[in-house]
Design a protein around this ligand. Structure first.
Ligand SMILES: [Zn+2]
Length: 487
């Protein structure tokens, strides 16, 4: 038996090893595919050495191959293989791109296996040769082509499976990319951390770039799966960040809604029984009911999952819209009440007018029968001290805060009201921020002149309607800057 016959079995074995390597790459998890691929790579090279140099002793071939493999692995420390792969993509299957010491052991296992296979091929052919000497050449003519054909069939099947796998992975990745692009578009301006969108954008771009590469040569098995896993992880991060922002928006909307509904309820209660048109009261009631529903619908948002971020956003938007509607309906009712009850534009109706809690009022120190709102009193006291330094006595208080009953008494019979008084609910004396000074009856008065020149230094002023040229000249009436004049 000669060397060509030995080649006849070594070549199919090499093909089987190639097919096994491709199959391992396609089907094994990457943690196992790497070591198995490294080992089979060494096995293949031993078989190739036996093919090219049949006279080489088996153990020498195995040892040389291990040495070469180790040298190639060590070469990866230089970065040269990465450069070669960048120019010749196919080289990735031969060179690899990263160094791992444990690979040296796998090369040893593979080289040993190669040695065993070469020994098997030679002994088996020797056996075939023995049988041939005893029998006709017929069996030999059939056996070798049958082995070659079988191995080729396996190789074709494995390569086809590999191509099919890579193609299927690409299809899955395209589908993943479709939903990832949607997630990216829908999350614009909706995430707590915009870095999550930047990361998703980058992983989508990387996956798109991978899909443009040549299958098998540049895009091997699992490459698309890995890219898809990265994209999916980034989609999850965007969804989580979107939920974080939606929850925070919903919390903020709930917090903002609370004082708005409290004010609306106060206005609604205060207008009960007043001569106010019904439609704005009904509208405010309806808006409050809607706000209550939106609040109830937003219960349990802290249990929402990232997949429900859009619903949480919707509920946050509902709460914000409810607050806006309630506020608008409140202002409409205030305006309607003002129009019905306060005859002049400079008079503004407030629900708390004449109903300031005692705790928010404080007596004027030198005239304790009169009270002002606690927060505006200190500056009135400071103004009085400066006034006293000029005139030798305190400001003489004639009127300060008035309750609803006080204002009713001043206003008198609604049929024949006091022309100098505002109706209950319309006077800023009822807000605890206005004062009347006794002894100032005309503008050509030294006290009036002093107050006109200095009151602003203390946060007090004379309103335009009470000016000498105003609607109702009242030189004695002064009020604090904090007095509200609108809603
Ligand atoms: Zn007054």
């Amino acid at each position: 038996m000669g060397f060509p016959a030995r080649r006849a079995l070594t070549a199919p074995l090499a093909a089987v090893v190639v097919a096994g390597g491709l199959a391992a790459h396609a089907w094994l998890p990457s943690a196992a595919a790497g070591p198995v691929g490294d080992a089979l790579y060494a096995t293949l090279v031993v078989l190739l050495v036996a093919l090219v140099r049949p006279r080489t002793r088996t153990w020498v071939a195995a040892a040389v191959v291990w040495g070469i493999s180790a040298a190639v692995e060590a070469l990866q420390l230089t970065g040269l293989p990465a450069t070669v792969v960048a120019h010749v993509p196919l080289a990735r299957y031969a060179l690899g791109t990263t160094f791992a010491a444990v690979d040296l052991a796998w090369y040893a296992v593979g080289a040993a296996l190669g040695g065993l296979l070469v020994a098997f091929a030679r002994s088996d052919l020797d056996a075939i040769q023995v049988r041939h000497t005893r029998t006709a050449n017929r069996r030999h003519r059939v056996l070798v082509p049958a082995i070659v054909a079988g191995v080729l069939a396996v190789a074709v099947a494995v390569t086809g499976t590999l191509a099919w796998t890579v193609r299927g992975e690409a299809r899955d990745l395209r589908s993943t990319l479709g939903s990832a692009r949607t997630a990216l578009a829908q999350s614009k301006g909706q995430v707590a951390d915009d870095a999550t969108r930047t990361a998703l954008s980058a992983s989508i771009a990387a996956a798109e770039s991978l899909l443009r590469e040549t299958p098998i040569l540049q895009r091997g098995p699992h490459d698309a799966v890995r890219a898809g896993d990265l994209v999916t992880a980034d989609v999850d991060a965007v969804a989580a960040s979107r939920l974080t922002k939606a929850r925070s928006d919903a919390d903020a909307a709930l917090t903002a809604l609370t004082p708005v509904t409290a004010r609306a309820t106060q206005v609604l209660t205060a207008t009960d029984g007043l001569a106010v048109p019904a439609p704005p009261r009904t509208a405010l009631s309806t808006a409050l009911d809607a706000a209550k529903s939106a609040t109830a619908a937003a219960a349990g948002l802290d249990k929402a999952t990232p997949a429900q971020a859009a619903q949480v956003e919707e509920k946050a938007a509902d709460l914000t819209a409810a607050a806006r509607t309630v506020h608008q309906a409140t202002v409409a009712l205030l305006t309607a009440t003002d129009a019905a009850l306060c005859p002049y534009p400079d008079q503004v109706w407030f629900p708390e007018d004449g109903k300031i809690p005692d705790a928010d009022l404080a007596p004027i120190p030198w005239a304790p029968q009169f009270r002002l709102r606690k927060d505006v009193l200190p500056r009135f006291v400071a103004m009085d001290a400066a006034f006293k330094a000029q005139f030798g006595h305190d400001l003489v208080v004639n009127s300060a805060y008035r309750s609803v009953a006080d204002q009713q008494a001043v206003y008198g019979d609604p049929a024949h009201p006091n022309p100098e008084a505002a109706p209950p609910g319309c006077s800023n004396h009822g807000l605890g921020t206005a004062i009347d000074i006794k002894g100032i009856t005309t503008p050509d008065n030294a006290q009036y002149a002093w107050l006109a020149a200095h009151s602003q230094e203390y946060g007090w002023y004379h309103p335009a309607w009470a000016d000498p040229t105003g609607r109702l000249p009242e030189p004695w009436h002064w009020q604090a800057d904090e007095t509200p004049t609108g809603y």
